[in-house]
Design a protein around this ligand. Structure first.
Ligand SMILES: Nc1nc2c(ncn2[C@@H]2O[C@H](COP(=O)(O)OP(=O)(O)OP(=O)(O)O)[C@@H](O)[C@H]2O)c(=O)[nH]1
Ligand SMILES: [Mg+2]
Length: 209
């Protein structure tokens, strides 16, 4: 039976549907750390990529140590999407990794709930600019060490100390190619962002008696 014309619910339940909510999450980190790989691994849609070939001219600035097989680089962003449930989606934006594309980051960060910063312990210093970027803007973030094959493992507390992160910032290990790792990271980030925003909210006045 068709719903009455005055029924505000598209499904005819009589209860208006809540407006759809989209959480915007960034995947950041240095050049070649696995951002595009992570977005592609967790996205439920075919990810949008903006890859261009690495060129001979860029060789002096594009440090390929540890990712010698890499032939392309992100020049604008990656985009992926995951539906958590009806009406709740996560939009994932992978940032470009190279310094010459920094101007894109400010645009990408608008309205972001939080960020996953990928790190490679062979060149940990490459993620300092990302940490700095999100700290300055008060955007909650988690740090995930992408454990490339054959690289030495470092305890997360060592990584936390090396990056001078406070105890509240989650630091984890991951394999950016694994969907399950990516999903776990997103859950950790959303919980951390919830706690951060809740702590930042002014406490309500005590109820009057
Ligand atoms: N072994 C291994 N290789 C990986 C992993 N993550 C990424 N790669 C490879 O490392 C290279 C770099 O990955 P990308 O996902 O393009 O890195 P990116 O951070 O998006 O790079 P830019 O956009 O250029 O900054 C690719 O050749 C991937 O196949 C990983 O966890 N393990
Ligand atoms: Mg990329």
């Amino acid at each position: 039976m068709a719903s009455a014309p005055s029924d505000p619910s598209p499904r005819g339940s009589g209860v208006p549907d809540a407006p759809p909510v989209a959480l915007k999450i960034l995947v950041a980190g240095g050049f070649g750390v696995g951002k595009t790989t992570l977005v592609g691994a967790v996205s439920e849609i075919r990810p949008l990529r903006t890859e261009e070939m690495l060129t001979e001219a860029g060789r002096p600035v594009d440090d390929l140590t540890g990712v010698e097989g890499k032939s392309t680089t992100t020049v604008a962003m990656d985009f992926g999407r995951i539906d958590i449930r009806a009406g709740l989606a996560v939009y994932l934006f992978g940032t470009p990794g190279q310094d010459r594309f920094w101007f894109v980051w400010d645009e990408l960060a608008v309205g972001a709930l939080g960020a996953v910063i990928l790190a490679d312990t062979r060149r940990l210093e490459d993620c300092f600019p990302s940490v700095d970027f999100f700290e300055r803007r008060g955007i909650p973030f988690v740090v995930a060490v992408n454990c490339f094959d054959g690289t030495p493992r470092h305890p997360v507390e060592e990584v936390r100390a090396a990056l001078d992160l406070g105890p509240a910032v989650p630091v984890t290990l991951c394999d950016a190619r694994r969907r399950e790792d990516g999903k776990e990271l997103l859950v950790t980030l959303v919980e951390h962002a919830r706690d951060t925003w809740a702590a930042a909210r002014p406490h309500p006045a005590p109820a009057e008696v």
